[in-house]
Design a protein around this ligand. Structure first.
Ligand SMILES: [Zn+2]
Length: 459
């Protein structure tokens, strides 16, 4: 068995690992590179394999950094199958369509700038037509725990990763060995999704390391901070912005806001869910209560529920979104993108960031090179649409909402696999090194941080 680390190697985004075994060529995920420019350029560099020769993509979940290059893979000749869970297949459609819109808008913007410089414009990575072409590959979704034979002697099983709705760890059995890919592992005791399932035993493990060097504060602390931020900002008549990932984080924030409202602890205000993508993914959640934990199932069997309660307004159109700026009393505005790299949150930042009465609460990971990271790191000014904007709003950063496991959970999960060797992927340098150190100290597993395009033979 041979493995090539084609993405999320020494970085967080672009998850993609090629496994070759028994004459089958399998990709574990096929994600988009995001964040810093030189990392994003890898999307344009061409795959380090011929897409025509790939038989399967085993997709752990439908976050863009895991699914986002599948349309490009299909455009370049992939005609195999994407193996994933039913919710992931549904979520992939909306995430990829949204990504195509962003690619096309971004390419048009850059083309205008390039023309002014007298340079040649680059086409978008892919468009909505390419996404439609790729959907056929998602034809047979597989529930958790149902083994699928990829070829004689090569089997795969998806297990619940507890990260986002439908997320999976991928178990691959071939040549008498088991390779286990963590995908993204969830945090414990979070609302709606179940806790990550204990892993099977494996010979080789590929494990994510996003928070491999740290321990999260508890969700209780983060919820307390969210409540504090709401009371403070709404109390003084400002808007509270929550830049949020459309998937999972938005639904968890809605869940907490709903609990506050139910207990009569939410100050009188409107809550705007100002993200067509988040509105679409929230509807997918509503269609898959069988993937919720026990409390989630119970809660969502009634109305009102976290996705339908009086203060919540879903703003679908741009006009509705613009009207939010005209609301005089303070509001809670949940909008994407989660790292402020684009989307409607940018407009809300432009209208609110310079106001002392306003607030921004970051509830998710902020990658290097993003506006979100600059604000979290304490920038006094940020550049929005080419204009310097002062950061006078009050800023909160809470990490207990994380959909990612922290070091203790990762170590515990890894120990249970009883693996002989582990490859650390999906992390920034500090997290990878910190996690490797902890593994060396606490577990007797041979660990390695692979480089981009590194090949390892004889697994
Ligand atoms: Zn993820």
């Amino acid at each position: 068995m041979k493995i090539t680390f084609c993405g999320a190697a020494e970085t967080v985004t672009g998850s993609c690992h090629l496994i070759e075994t028994n004459g089958v060529r399998i990709l574990l995920d096929c994600g988009l590179f995001q964040g810093q420019r030189e990392i994003r350029e890898r999307n344009r560099a061409g795959f380090p394999f011929d897409p025509k020769t790939i038989d399967y993509v085993l997709l752990s979940h439908a976050h863009l950094d895991h699914v986002g290059l599948i349309p490009l893979l299909v455009k370049n000749g992939f005609h195999g199958e994407v193996v994933t869970t039913p919710p992931s297949a549904e979520i992939a459609k909306v995430i990829l369509t949204d990504s195509a819109h962003i690619q096309v808008e971004d390419a048009a913007y850059r083309a205008r700038k390039a023309r002014r410089r007298g340079e040649k414009a680059r086409p978008p990575l892919y468009d909505v037509g390419d996404v439609l072409d790729s959907l056929d590959a998602f034809r047979k979704p597989i529930p958790y725990e149902v083994p699928i034979v990829l070829k004689d002697g090569v089997e795969a099983v998806l297990h619940d990763a507890g990260h986002i709705l439908g997320s999976a760890t991928v178990e691959l059995r071939a040549e008498g060995k088991t390779v286990l890919y963590s995908g993204d592992l969830g945090n414990r005791h979070r609302p709606i999704v179940r806790d990550p399932k204990d892993p099977c035993e494996a010979d080789t493990v590929l494990i994510e390391s996003t928070y491999g060097d740290r321990e999260h504060r508890t969700l209780d602390n983060s919820v307390a901070e969210l409540r504090e931020a709401i009371k403070t900002v709404i109390g003084r008549g400002g808007n509270l912005l929550i830049p949020s990932f459309a998937l999972e984080r938005t639904q968890e924030v809605l869940y907490e806001l709903f609990l506050m409202w139910q207990k009569d602890e939410l100050p009188k205000c409107k809550i705007f869910l100002d993200s067509p993508l988040a509105i679409a993914t929230t509807r997918i959640f509503s269609r898959h209560p069988d993937y919720f934990d026990v409390e989630g199932k119970e809660l969502f069997s009634n109305v009102p529920n976290p996705f339908h309660f009086p203060p919540l307004h879903c703003t679908q159109t741009t006009d509705e979104s613009k009207r939010i700026n005209g609301v005089s009393e303070g509001s809670i505005i949940i909008a994407g993108s989660g790292m402020c790299t684009g989307g409607r949150i940018i407009h809300h930042l432009r209208h609110n960031l310079w106001r002392e009465e306003a607030g921004v609460i970051f509830v998710g990971y902020q990658a290097r090179g993003t506006i979100g990271r600059q604000i979290v790191d304490g920038a006094k000014k940020v550049n929005i649409f080419g204009e310097e904007t002062a950061v006078r709003a009050q800023i909160w950063t809470v990490n207990g909402f994380s959909a990612h496991a922290d070091q203790p959970i990762l170590l515990d999960w890894l120990a249970k696999t009883r693996a002989k060797q582990v490859f650390l992927v999906h992390g920034e340098e500090r997290s990878l090194k910190g996690f490797e150190k902890a593994i060396n100290e606490k577990l007797s597993i041979d660990s390695h941080i692979p480089a981009w395009k590194e090949e390892v033979d004889n697994l």
